[in-house]
Design a protein. Structure first.
Length: 262
């Protein structure tokens, strides 16, 4: 994964530098700590670089911290936001929370309070990123089918379980039909009727979903992934993966890791 970026926005130079120094010492080179002196500069940075956590003063000339948060809501990637303020009025905190701000700290902020808030924000960002990765892994058509699976005839339910349990090896229509004690032709027609997918397409989609899971959550080489999901040649696996996902397995992994634009 790429280094995470934290952006500090504050119009007071001493405060801005103090916050930056505190986080640089705490981060020990693990994070990219950027600073901006106002909302406009912050928006420029947000447009050029992915920011994972935004720490902004609530009261600034021209554009307040809350206005900054409102303005960036249309951006594709939303950082987790921490708001700093010298004012303790409830209305500020309430509006900040309504905008999705995860923490509201009063100035002057104690170092430990700042670090605790930042660590919490990074945990939230990590969970959000993991949820987005899982969303990219999931085949929504399979999810929809699996949700309806409990209403399918018992032979179809048994066939689906058998397929899922045997994705790592070659598996054919005849074998599965025999497993559920149905005639091959009848089973093929019944499977298509109840799932809206042919047997072959269901197996391929299931293998592609499993492959995406391995590409995202393990560091297995592509050739090993191909073998694990039941393909004897990596070339054929790559061809199929590209057909279903619009990119090669390696490109998919780089995109998820954040090294290629989505």
């Amino acid at each position: 994964m790429r280094m995470k970026t934290i952006l500090i926005v504050d119009d007071e130079p001493m405060t801005r530098k103090g916050l930056q120094k505190t986080l640089e010492v705490w981060g020990a080179g693990r994070y990219d700590i950027l600073v901006a002196e106002d909302g406009d500069e912050a928006l420029d940075m947000l447009g050029q670089k992915q920011v994972h956590v935004l720490i902004t003063d609530i009261r600034m000339p021209e554009m307040s911290g809350l206005q900054l948060v409102k303005t960036m809501r249309g951006e594709r990637y939303q950082p987790v936001v921490i708001v700093l303020s010298g004012y303790s009025e409830f209305d500020y905190a309430r509006e900040a929370l309504q905008l999705g701000v995860v923490n509201y700290l009063l100035k002057p902020v104690a170092k430990q309070k700042l670090i605790e808030a930042l660590e919490q924000a990074l945990e939230i960002e990590e969970r959000r990123q993991r949820a987005e990765m899982i969303e990219k892994v999931v085949d929504l058509r399979l999810v929809d089918l699996q949700a309806k699976d409990r209403h399918a005839p018992p032979p179809i339910q048994a066939a689906i379980r058998y397929i899922e349990d045997n994705l790592r090896r070659q598996i054919g229509l005849r074998e599965v039909a025999e497993h559920v004690h149905l005639n091959q032709s009848y089973f093929s027609a019944l499977f298509k009727e109840k799932t809206d997918l042919t047997f072959s397409e269901y197996v391929t989609r299931s293998r592609m979903q499993y492959a995406k899971h391995l590409l995202v959550f393990t560091d297995m080489p592509v050739a090993a992934v191909a073998e694990e999901v039941g393909y004897q040649t990596v070339k054929y696996f790559i061809t199929l993966f590209k057909e279903y996902e619009g990119m090669t397995p390696s490109q998919y992994r780089r995109q998820i890791d954040g090294n290629e634009p989505i």
